[in-house]
Design a binder for this molecule. Structure first.
Ligand code: PMP
Length: 299
């Protein structure tokens, strides 16, 4: 599914390094670390009419990522919330929006890899756009397995939500070439890790399974689905899962801020056939939709 140009976003204002500017002027320096080395961390957030979904959980992850990368002069939680509030107010955005929140290591005094060249502190970007969830949550998505492996901690810890996204972008290109919606990525041992931009779950015999989070992003939506499963008394197991287990699962679905909860209907040409009489995905999905307001924060 290719996202379409939305003319409502043609005149949005973006918060860049403390200033709100029209999108045409929303730029970072060529000396910025994101340009030089993908040296930045980010979060994707959705805005519902009740407020920003799981805002503090997203900010916790942003701070964790920035700490792991040893950023300096990181803006504090209240100033980030203020920048988000100002951006939404300027654009009259109250619901149906997505925020791409980026924190770069900032501008360097000269080009180079060394973080000691960063002497101006971090650069915060709040990009809010009118955007509905990007996947078809009724019809579902079809995926293929990529030959690109998802980073495990010995390469680059997937728990850092960084802007060095080439690992996932290469996988997504393979899905595009194959005419599918997303790429399924394996870990370094050949077990299923996640899709290129979302986490994966499967049901088999009414037990919910998800891969260990050693080589995938521990998604905030993933965490909520695990909490919902506990609440609904659905047995849940985190385990090494092979492609065969996914091919023969009763139900498979993906989770993430950009698409919420999305059924996966085909993997590598194998249709996901539900042989159980249960529709467990629907139970989880309807509970997820119900609890959204309780997890929203109005700024
Ligand atoms: N996996 C990857 C690789 C992602 O980039 C994302 C979202 N940015 C997710 C999973 C989903 O995470 P979340 O539920 O926190 O949006």
């Amino acid at each position: 599914m290719l996202q379409k140009h939305n003319p409502k976003n043609d005149d949005i204002y973006v918060h860049v390094a403390g200033k709100l500017v029209h999108r045409d002027n929303a730029k970072v320096s060529v000396f910025d670390s994101s340009v030089q080395g993908g040296d930045a961390v980010w979060e994707g957030l959705r805005v519902y009419k009740q407020g920003l979904f799981c805002l503090d959980r997203h900010l916790d992850r942003l701070f964790t990522s920035a700490k792991a990368l040893m950023f300096e002069n990181i803006p504090d939680r209240s100033s980030i919330k203020k920048a988000i509030a100002e951006t939404l107010a300027k654009n009259n955005m109250v619901e149906g929006c997505h925020i791409r929140l980026t924190l770069t290591r900032g501008e360097k005094i000269t080009s180079g890899m060394d973080p000691r060249l960063n002497q101006k502190g971090c650069c915060l970007i709040v990009l809010a756009e009118w955007k509905a969830p990007v996947y078809d949550n009724d019809g579902g998505i079809k995926v293929i397995t990529s030959s690109i492996r998802r980073n495990a901690p010995q390469f680059l810890d997937s728990k850092i939500h960084h802007n060095n996204l080439l690992n996932n972008i290469l996988a997504k290109i393979q899905a595009n070439v194959a005419g599918k919606d997303a790429a399924l990525m394996l870990d370094e041992q050949g077990f299923v890790s996640e899709l290129n931009g979302t986490n994966l779950f499967m049901f088999k015999n009414n037990i919910l399974y998800t891969p260990h989070a050693h080589a995938c992003l521990p998604g905030i939506t993933r965490g909520l689905v695990m909490e919902i499963a506990e609440e609904l008394k659905i047995p849940l197991r985190e385990k090494n899962l092979s492609l065969t287990e996914f091919y023969t699962a009763d139900e498979v679905f993906a989770t993430g801020t950009m698409g919420e909860l999305t059924p996966v209907v085909e993997i590598d040409g194998r249709k996901i056939e539900n042989r159980s009489s249960q529709r467990n995905f629907e139970k989880i999905h309807s509970t997820f939709l119900k609890i959204i307001p309780g997890f929203c924060e109005k700024l």
